[in-house]
Design a protein around this ligand. Structure first.
Ligand SMILES: [Zn+2]
Length: 238
């Protein structure tokens, strides 16, 4: 005949189930909390954008310097050409000297213009790289925001679940006397969160030892606290 009155062992087993659930929820909560906040991927993405920005700034500055040099050379070339073709200088020797100077300046100008073309290609490359880095960062940020939102929701759910379990725990522990509760809490701490175990086929569900018949008989009555002879856990026969 099944009894309607919960035995001590059954009360303790119910308490154990609640405590195990509390531990599991706390572990999930900790896992969720660890994932909250900025990820390495997000930080790396931001850093990549900053690096590309700095690289673009550097080549852009080189481009501005070179453009200034090209402008300077162009005005010097036109100045020398003005002298050369203006008709004010007539001395052949002097004209030959100016011609030589014009040739040197034109050579320098061509070289700088070639360098400027190369640099403009590099500026375009860096602009494209910065665009790419910004695009990937935007993707990472979007995904990260969604994940964080989901984690915050998950955290809320777990906190609600934990509050419910704590409530049930206080009700359930109220059914157990202070002396037994003291023993239970002590075992919970010493036996890795498992103070009450089921007896299965005459064996302790905690340490798997075969229990002596006298112990089994006492445990079956469920009226008193019966502990495993080996691991000391409280035995429960369902
Ligand atoms: Zn045991």
């Amino acid at each position: 005949m099944p009894t309607l009155i919960m035995t001590i062992a059954a009360d303790l087993y119910a308490l154990q189930e609640i405590d195990s659930a509390i531990e599991a929820v706390k572990a999930s909560l900790m896992e969720v909390e660890e994932q909250l906040g900025e990820t390495e991927e997000l930080i790396a993405g931001r850093q990549a954008v900053e690096e590309e920005r700095a690289a673009l700034e550097s080549v852009s500055k080189q481009q501005r310097d070179l453009e200034w040099q090209v402008d300077d050379l162009r005005s010097r070339v036109s100045g020398v050409e003005g002298k050369l073709y203006g008709g004010s200088v007539r001395n052949p020797k002097e004209l030959a000297g100016i011609q030589g100077e014009a040739n040197v300046l034109r050579g320098q100008l061509r070289q700088r213009e070639d360098e400027l073309l190369d640099l403009m290609v590099r500026v375009e490359e860096r602009q494209a790289a910065l665009r790419d880095a910004k695009e990937s960062l935007a993707e990472v940020e979007t995904r990260w925001r969604q994940e964080q939102e989901e984690l915050v929701n998950q955290k809320g759910r777990l906190e609600g679940e934990l509050a419910g379990l704590e409530e049930r725990r206080s009700q359930q522990s109220g059914l157990v006397g202070a002396r037994v509760l003291g023993l239970y809490d002590n075992l919970l701490e010493r036996r890795q969160g498992r103070a009450v175990v089921k007896v299965e086929r005459g064996m302790c569900g905690g340490c798997r030892i075969s229990l002596p018949m006298t112990v089994l008989q006492k445990a079956r009555s469920g009226l008193d606290v019966v502990q495993c002879v080996s691991c000391e856990r409280i035995l429960y026969v369902s």
